[in-house]
Ligand binder design. Structure first.
Ligand SMILES: NC(=O)C1=CN([C@@H]2O[C@H](COP(=O)(O)OP(=O)(O)OC[C@H]3O[C@@H](n4cnc5c(N)ncnc54)[C@H](O)[C@@H]3O)[C@@H](O)[C@H]2O)C=CC1
Ligand SMILES: CC(=O)C(=O)O
Ligand SMILES: [Mg+2]
Length: 489
């Protein structure tokens, strides 16, 4: 098995000679090696042997290897096979296309396909806007990546990016009824990516750019916004920023801090770090310091990377210089969008009272909650296995549901701020506490509230292309598209 990141659940197929050992011994051996037995199934049994499938939670590759070694050393036990539940879940991919109507006979065939379909094609040819009512366009989003900044794993290529994009497509559908297609491109050339996305756009109601490294992601997004008439949204920038702001709005309430007075250190000044900084500045934060591998970004320095020159010119008002450990002193908030293990316990100890730490690098945060928790007031990560998951999944499903339903031409700042406030508002003041600053991904109110906020902002800012009366209510979220198109031919 390939090495794995983070905890996982493995299934061990064990052939056990009944006379030589018993299951108690096996369970003890697994436990002593650090594993947690969570399920046992009998696969087959004879008079002398039993084959059992034992599901075990393991925290890392070392523990995994230790368990196998200890079991193989037991008299009367043979490890026949080891499978990983996460890999099993990915076999054959995670999504499929399902027709909305069955083709039962020749008559159906002649309508959904040729010759009947030709009339529909010609109707769209005469009025291309009918693509919204007569094709899947009104409910589709392309999730486009080139595999260059996949989570925090880096440039791992388009094939390796597919599982993430399939996962995003699942979330789009389950949380907001949006049909999303994973599209991973075998090119890292900015112009080529722009031209490919423009070429595939006719079949889509929106474009979600994902895990494209900076600075190319900025130009790709900007050019596509200018050159396409459907909304284009780089999730790692804006989705992350929206959810970050939602979490910060609630975290400062818990910690009794005023956002505008906070000193904020952002580590990792790439796509997500820059967008998160921009939304914090827009929300009134005055003292943000950006830190990347070269240390704090300071006004007056010349950086080879253009976005950093902009960044340095708009942040760090007191010109603080140095490494993360130097500029984090007396900071109220740390935001990590860099990589694993960047933040140390001593860094947190040097922060102001009641520090807020958002270690958002995926899949391994800048510091583990176990290490940080004794020293922080509020701790959040991007992961689903800890409290306070700050992840763009809280934004993109509801945001695109809203964009598609009001047929917005673009995403603007007002929509992003409205979405952030909507997410924050799902946690009521009564519920708010250190371990619950952000709603769960499974809270169905999140996508509904984000959708409503986005639609309202789209109408206020004049980017909605449907009449408000044409848009049906929120009860549609999660089962089918909310667009009421029947009378629109
Ligand atoms: N929780 C969430 O919703 C999200 C989390 N992320 C995470 O944020 C991280 C960055 O993502 P992107 O901005 O898309 O990537 P990016 O490649 O555009 O930027 C990453 C930046 O972090 C810097 N960096 C890396 N290691 C560093 C270190 N040890 N010290 C200081 N700076 C360091 C890099 O130099 C680069 O400027 C990834 O781990 C990603 O998983 C990104 C988007 C959403
Ligand atoms: C969550 C996400 O989009 C990322 O880590 O890249
Ligand atoms: Mg991403």
């Amino acid at each position: 098995m390939a090495g794995f990141i983070g905890g996982t659940s493995i299934i061990l197929r064990l052939e056990i000679v009944k006379e030589r050992t018993n299951f108690g011994q096996i369970a003890t051996t697994i436990g002593d090696a650090g594993g947690d037995v969570v399920a046992i199934d009998v696969n087959r049994s004879t008079k002398t042997t039993t084959v059992r499938d034992v599901t075990v939670n393991v925290s890392d590759q070392t523990q995994h290897d230790a368990i196998i070694k200890a079991l193989n050393a037991l008299d009367g036990v043979k490890v026949v096979n080891v499978s990983d539940q996460t890999f099993l879940l990915h076999l054959g991919g995670k999504i499929e296309t399902t027709p909305k109507i069955p083709i039962k006979n020749r008559d159906d065939l002649s309508r959904v396909y040729t010759p009947g379909v030709a009339n529909v094609c010609m109707a769209i040819h005469e009025d291309p806007s009918k693509a919204y009512s007569l094709t899947i366009k009104r409910n589709t989003v392309a999730v486009v990546s080139d595999g260059t900044a996949v989570l925090g794993l880096g440039n791992i290529g388009p094939e390796a990016a597919m599982p993430v994009m399939e996962g995003k497509a699942m979330l789009f559908k389950q949380l907001a009824g949006v049909d999303a297609f994973p599209i991973c491109l075998n090119t890292q050339d900015t112009e080529e990516i722009i031209s490919i996305v423009k070429a595939i756009a006719p079949g889509f109601g929106g474009i979600n750019l994902e895990d494209i490294s900076s600075p190319r992601c900025f130009e790709i997004e900007q050019r596509l916004i200018e050159e396409l008439d459907i909304p284009v949204f780089h999730d790692d920038q804006h989705g992350t920023a929206v959810v970050l702001l939602a979490g910060i709005l609630n975290a400062v309430k818990v910690a009794g801090k005023k956002l505008e007075d906070c000193k904020v250190v952002v580590c990792g000044i790439g796509a997500a770090g820059i967008a998160c900084t921009k939304i914090l500045l827009a929300a009134g934060v005055k003292n943000v310091i950006g830190v990347d591998r070269i240390g704090a970004l300071v006004r007056g320095e010349e950086y080879p990377y253009e976005p950093w020159n902009w960044y340095a010119g708009h942040t760090n008002p007191h010109g603080e210089k140095g490494e993360l450990s130097e500029v984090i002193v007396n900071a109220d908030i740390f935001i990590g969008l860099s990589g694993p293990g960047v933040l140390k316990v001593d860094d947190i100890r040097s922060m102001a009272a009641d520090p807020i730490v958002f270690a958002m690098a995926n899949p391994t945060p800048e510091i583990s909650p176990e290490e940080a928790e004794p020293y922080v007031r509020v701790m959040a990560t991007g992961r689903s296995d800890y409290p306070n998951q700050i992840n763009n999944v809280l934004c993109f499903p509801g945001l695109f549901r809203g964009l598609l339903d009001c047929r917005a031409s673009r995403v603007n700042e007002q929509m992003k701020l409205a979405a952030a406030k909507a997410i924050a508002s799902v946690v009521s003041d009564d519920e708010l506490n250190e371990f619950y600053i952000i709603p769960s991904v499974f809270n169905t109110n999140v996508a509904k509230k984000v959708r409503e906020a986005v639609i309202a902002a789209a109408f206020e800012t004049g980017v909605a292309r449907r009449k408000s009366a044409d848009i049906r209510g929120e009860e549609e979220i999660g089962d089918k598209p909310a667009g009421g198109e029947s009378g629109m031919l």
